[in-house]
Design a protein around this ligand. Structure first.
Ligand SMILES: Nc1ncnc2c1ncn2[C@@H]1O[C@H](COP(=O)(O)OP(=O)(O)OP(=O)(O)O)[C@@H](O)[C@H]1O
Length: 241
């Protein structure tokens, strides 16, 4: 397996809490990997460590063959944070074109990114006047505009309707088919089923690292919701196997 992200024995403390407690995993190149877990389990913190903006207490994170946070990685990674990181006083198109200019790519690529997230009809609208879900997609357009090798997306489909969510997931798989590696966090189990691989994190520890089929088979259930519940209970020691 060619590895895009290699995490070994990662420990992160934030404030007085150990937020990641010895995580090790390897994410294959060109895959869509879902990062799932309850609120506060450490998903965003793990993504921050991958992107290189998180101080780590122990362990290593290597991304595309470099230590996470290396300046050489900046243009190779796209990161969508939960809070939209776009200029509210610019239109969608202007935002995307601004980020395109930063990446040194043509304006046409910016317009394509806007279309890819389903915002072509609102391209001329100020971001400040968009709905929350539209703003999040404007932010996504800016994250993908440079066609990075690795996309780290923190809950990219929150606030989107089912049709848009399906469209976005189709786009993610198209990008993966073209060689992009995607790490996508979500709370939604039907999205977990769309991933090539799943990482399930709970209280800073990895409790599953497998394909959706592998997770189902390991827990003897056909339903990922039930599978995750079972894994969590096993971890808590409330289910005898
Ligand atoms: N700046 C901070 N200082 C101290 N603790 C923090 C800080 N940021 C996050 N935490 C704590 O770290 C833990 C993990 O947070 P994180 O944002 O990684 O979780 P998450 O799984 O992404 O949650 P959600 O699904 O709600 O976004 C939480 O307990 C949170 O309270």
């Amino acid at each position: 397996m060619d590895t895009a992200i290699g995490v070994r024995d990662l420990v992160v403390r934030r404030g007085k809490r150990t937020v990641l407690d010895g995580i090790s995993c390897a994410i294959p190149l060109g895959s869509v990997t879902g990062l799932l877990g309850p609120s506060g389990s450490g998903k965003t913190t793990l993504m921050r460590a991958v992107v290189g903006v998180q101080i780590v207490t122990a362990g290593t994170v290597r991304v595309l063959g470099e230590p996470a946070g290396s300046p050489a990685l900046r243009r190779r990674i796209g990161y969508l944070t939960q809070a939209p990181s776009v200029y509210f006083d610019l239109t969608v198109r202007e935002n995307a074109r601004y980020f395109a200019a930063l990446h040194g790519v043509p304006a046409a690529q910016a317009d394509q990114a806007v279309a890819d997230v389903g915002l072509a009809p609102a391209a001329g609208q100020l971001v400040g006047t968009l709905s929350g879900g539209q703003r999040s997609r404007a932010s996504l357009a800016c994250a993908i505009v440079g066609r990075p090798e690795l996309l780290v997306l923190d809950e990219p489909t929150v606030g989107q309707d089912p049709v848009l969510r399906a469209d976005l997931w189709a786009r993610f798989h198209e990008m993966a088919a073209n060689g992009t590696t995607l790490l996508v966090s979500s709370h939604v189990m039907d999205e977990a089923a769309r991933c090539d691989r799943l990482l399930l994190i709970r209280e800073g520890q990895l409790i599953a690292d497998d394909t959706p089929d592998g997770v189902r088979a390991a827990t003897g259930t056909g339903d990922l919701d039930a599978a995750f519940l079972q894994l969590i209970r096993e971890k808590e020691g409330t289910v005898a196997r």
